[in-house]
Write a protein that binds this ligand. Sequence first.
Ligand code: DON
Length: 571
Amino acid sequence: MNSPGRNVYRSAQRTIVRLWWITALALALAALCAAQTPQFERGRNGMVVTSEKHASAAGLAVLKSGGNAVDAAVAAAFALAVTHPAAGNIGGGGFLLVRLAGGETNFIDFREQAPLAATEDMYLGPDGKPTQDSVIGWRAAGVPGTVRGLELAHRRYGKLAWKDVAAPAVKLARDGFALSAAQARSLNGSRLLAQFPESRRIFQRNGTAWSEGDVLKQPELAQVLERIAAAGAQDFYEGETARRLADAMRAHGGLITLEDLRRYRAVERAPLSGGYKGYTILSAPPPSSGGAGLLQVLGVLAGTGYEKSGPGSAPTIHYVAEALRRFFAERGEFLGDPDFERLPVAGLLDPRHLDRLRRSIDPERATPSRSLRAGAPLFEAPETTHLTAVDRAGNAAALTYTLNGSFGSGVTVPGLGFLLNNEMDDFSVQPGFPNSAGLVQGRVNAIRAGKRPLSSMTPTIVLKDGQFFLALGSPGSGRIISSVLQVLLNVIDHRMPLAEAVAYPRFHHQWLPDRLYVEPGFRIETLRKLEAMGHAVEQTRGIGEVQAVWLNGGWLEGVADPRGEGAAGGY
Ligand code: DON
């Protein structure tokens, strides 16, 4: 039967089927987009960039529900403690640089501290040589600072309720999240985690390899986070979590006691600030060497015209590497914890000193590091993570935190589900002996009870005409300083858009060992020229992993470094 009514019915049916397909396709596409990790995102209302997509989503959700940049940074940091166990943490420490739209700046130092029982030669064996104890196991951990730091930041600047800011992390820990292929590989491949039964049980399923898409649930960590969400940092430093941590330390020969935890405070410090070509650079003061390094190198470069031969050219790389070499030689000698040592920060940045350093650079020849001072080789495998959040009002938060090595000391406290740092290795375990990042440091950074080890973490915010312009940071130990520096130079001197500036190949020099590390991507003739100038060029991968946000033509643009799996979330 072919009645007109039936035709109308058929055509309506076809339309419905078409609509259904279109809707299904749109939903599938939306799901696909949501599951992907945009490394670049723009928005007018807010932006969060972290090294892991669930954490970026947590920060973005907090922004959308009315939170500011600090709320978002705190939420993302708690989330990374769940979804990026190699570096995200509550068992480690770090730094948060805040700059409010109204002009207030603050630097929250939640770096780990040496336990009260720590002594200068605690990591030297009977033969007087450093042991592995500062790197692996219970004795490697400094008193964690993250939870106090996040609480202080939130108390000072947060808008949303604390429990709401912690909530996304609790959910991720309790319900789990799907592992990416790279996460699965990193957990499966860690020989460090395999050495500690509780770490092996939680993060390696007792040796049953993870595959992409497997769901990692962390019920013990969820409980700790729930207690923190309910009782604040008090639980971690004086409550049940503190007691269990101190008991486990005692049972395993670790140093951290209830007294260490109870005493731990996050500290507010004035950021270092300086000018470069009309921009204001705000960055990390000691106990980080990051801001001093950044400002010294910028100060040495300013006015030299080093950039004229273009990014990636031999003369440009040479000049920047020589400035870095000189800074790292001074870093080991002069920088440490300002609460324990008198540090000549102003002297390191004094225009006369910068001038002397500038004049000591031979434009044609590499200066052998040995002629500057003595040291030894580079070890591998550290892990830190940086996140950046900016809100609609122009408040900016740049947070770098770490367990130091990848998965820290390898130790998960039984029943608590989180990894402990091995930040004690950032002290000069023995002056002149390189730490696991290959950094050679001096007596100024020797271990003392309650002292904070010297860091290179460099959360940085740049202002233009007194307004927010750019915020960024990176992991990578000494390489952090080179990474942040080069993104700034790419943007300011080489006029690159942020995404290009972040992706551009990087290089690194840290005085000792006397090598110029270069990522793939530089021209072979350039590298030959550098060798002819006297540089020991060594190919390496992954110099830093920058997460950055800038304001570009009224848009907030977020860029996650293509070197990692980071994601930008904005709206
Ligand atoms: O504070 C520091 O400088 C080091 N503990 C950071 C370690 C690090 O960046 C490792 N990252 N990949």
